[in-house]
Every structure is written in C-alpha cells, then in structure tokens.
Design a protein around this ligand. Structure first.
Ligand SMILES: Nc1ncnc2c1ncn2[C@@H]1O[C@H](COP(=O)(O)OP(=O)(O)O)[C@@H](O)[C@H]1O
Ligand SMILES: [Mg+2]
Length: 343
C-alpha cells in the first residue's frame, strides 16, 4: 500500500484566469482545464460544484444556489471562493496522497497592485501549496509559444481573455513595455445582452450571449450575414421568444474591445526602445487568449496599425503550457524572472 503514497507531489503551473483555470506540469502537459466557476448554497455558503459542473449550472439554478466567478477582470474578487476552487483543481492535478504539498508558479496580469499580488500568493498557499512564485502572464505566454525568453530579443505578445487585454514586449526574461485594459470577452457578452434587450425587447442568458460572441460575431465584411436563431424571454409578456440575430447586428458590441486592443498595441509600440522596436515590428504581434480567434481581428490589427499579426497555435492553452514550463526556470534557480520580493 505504501507505494501509493508519494513523497513529493508534482510541482504545478497555474494559469489563473477570470474565465478559465489551467494547471500544467513542468513539461507543459495539461492536468486541469476548467472554467473558473464555483456554485454555492447562498444560505450556508457551502460549495456545491466547481469548474465545468458549476458552469453548466449558470442561469439554471434554484433561488438558493448561485454559480459565481470568483475572479473578475484578472483580479480575485472573492478570496474564499477562489481558494475553494483552487483547492479542488490542485487536488485534481495531484491525485493520491503525498506527504508534502506541491510548489506552484502562478500567472498574474501585469497591472495587479502589490496587495492584489499578495492575495494571489496567499490564496494559492491556503489552497494547498507549500510555496508559490508569481510570473507575469505574458512572460508565461511567451514561454508557451516556444520563445527563448532569455534572449535579448523583443517579442510583442497580445493576450485577450475574458476580462483583460494585455499587450507587452518581452525580452531578456522581463517585460520591456506593457499596456493593459480591464476589458475583454465578458464585456462583449454584456454588450450583446444589452443590445438584444434594447432592440428586441428580450432577455437572453449568459450562455446564449457567449454562443453569439464565439460563433456569430465577426469583424470581416463578407461574414456579416452569418446568423443564428436564439431563444430567450420576452420582456413584456415574460413568455419564451425566438429571434434571428446576424453578425452585423452584433458588430457594435465588439468594436469597443477592438479599439482597446488597437490602443494598447499603439501605446506599447510608442514606449518600446528603438533597439527592439524594429525586430518587434518585423516579427509582428503574437496573439493568444480565448478571444484571439475572433474572426477578422488579425486583419483589423494589420490594417489599422500597419503591423503584422497572427494567432499562435493553441491560443487558449499557451499561457497554461508556459506557466508549467516556467517551473524549469525555478528549478534552474533563474529566480530573477520571478517577483523581486521572492528572491
Ligand atoms: N474555444 C474557447 N474556449 C474557451 N473560451 C473561449 C473559446 N472561444 C472563445 N472563448 C472566449 O474567450 C474568453 C476566455 O478566454 P481566456 O483566455 O480563457 O480568459 P481568461 O484567461 O481571462 O480566463 C471568454 O470570453 C470565452 O467566451
Ligand atoms: Mg488568461
């Protein structure tokens, strides 16, 4: 029986996103990929479900149960629920009993304040890790893209997630310049819900808004006829209702996000030193995150900013893969890439 007891568990990389959490091992293998959602009993505050199971409950729960996302725009908004969620995911990543707890490296957006960073460290420790190091999300993304981050070469990384746009130039294992916005896929979904309520007098659920955003929305002129018939509830009669929504209807809902993306890239290019801005422009913008595959985004960046851009392979997983691989840097004692306070 003793053979089933591991002395040291696997160290893990955690990409802690507002929408999805990915846990990987040192080789970048995905151990957990689940929505960052927790379902709780509102009376007892008891956690009823976590991850996929909790996400499937959104909008379908009885009054006493609520499915919540404990992180908002990349920041922990509910410490205890984030802890409970991470405890569940960390256990899933390291099944079986181990004498020690795992060590973890965790992604953080570049705009977090020291207090917010401290909350991430604490939450990971309270969720069951014995040591935690934080790494800038776009450095993790660059590692996941296979970039040698120790080289003195600039790489322009754009990550568009559920609640954040993050643009940075990464070189010599550090962030040379960066710009970010607390705006992302969630905001587009909110805009879609508002638009349909205002123009069609009808309310749709979160999953319908997400479906429209991920499957119908497009920035390409020749895709504006794409449409879907969706169901919701009539505002006046309260009865079920259906409507046909086209990509052109939804276009205004995504334009604010596209503008934020363009502005962030422009800001970063303006503050990038001339020594590396040339190579950054030559290589182009490497796009990752769940919103990377928004149809027509690459073309909009090329046309508006006259800079090459492309979506990297596995844009949703790449940050998670990179944060796992960053464990190697920790083992090699390349601690300089982690937070200064951790030295
Ligand atoms: N195939 C997909 N899987 C997951 N999210 C997707 C997908 N396509 C689009 N998205 C959207 O991308 C966003 C999540 O992106 P992600 O990079 O995981 O965010 P975060 O890092 O903020 O958790 C959501 O708005 C989601 O609807
Ligand atoms: Mg992310």
């Amino acid at each position: 029986m003793a053979t089933f007891i591991k002395f040291f568990p696997k160290d893990i990389g955690i990409d802690l996103g507002s929408s999805n959490t990915i846990i990987t091992d040192i080789d970048g293998n995905v151990l957990v990929k689940e929505p960052s959602v927790v379902a709780i009993d509102l009376k007892t505050y008891e956690v009823l479900a976590v991850g996929v199971e909790a996400k499937n409950m959104i909008g379908k729960t009885p009054e006493n149960i609520m499915a919540v996302r404990p992180l908002e725009n990349g920041v922990i908004s509910d410490f205890e629920l984030t802890r409970a969620m991470l405890e569940f995911f960390i256990r899933k990543a390291n099944s079986g009993f181990s004498v020690f707890q795992p060590r973890a490296v965790v992604t953080v957006p570049s705009f977090l304040t020291d207090i917010e960073k401290r909350a991430v460290e604490d939450v990971v420790i309270y969720a069951g890790c014995r040591d935690v190091k934080l790494l800038d999300e776009n450095i993790a993304s660059a590692i996941g893209m296979g970039i040698d981050i120790n080289e003195p070469k600039g790489n322009l990384i754009l990550n568009i997630g559920a609640g954040t746009v993050q643009v940075s130039v990464v070189s010599l294992a550090g962030v040379v310049s960066s710009s970010s916005r607390k705006y992302g896929g969630d905001n587009v979904e909110r805009n879609i819900k508002k638009f349909i309520k205002k123009n069609y007098n009808f309310v749709i659920g979160d999953s319908t808004a997400e479906y429209l955003k991920n499957n119908i929305l497009s920035l390409k002129t020749d895709e504006q006829d794409k449409s879907a018939t969706i169901s919701g509830k009539d505002l006046v009669s309260g009865m079920p209702k259906v409507a046909n929504i086209t990509a052109s209807d939804l276009l205004p809902c995504v334009l604010p996000l596209v503008n934020e993306v363009h502005t962030c890239i422009r800001d970063v290019l303006e503050t990038t030193p001339p020594e590396i801005s040339g190579e950054v422009i030559y290589d182009g913008v490497k796009i990752c995150g769940g919103m990377a595959e928004l149809s027509g985004l690459v073309e909009s960046i090329r046309d508006n900013l006259e800079i090459n851009a492309f979506v990297v392979e596995n844009p949703i997983k790449v940050t998670g893969v990179g944060i796992g691989k960053a464990l190697t840097l920790l083992k090699e004692r390349k601690r300089f890439i982690f937070r200064k306070n951790d030295l």
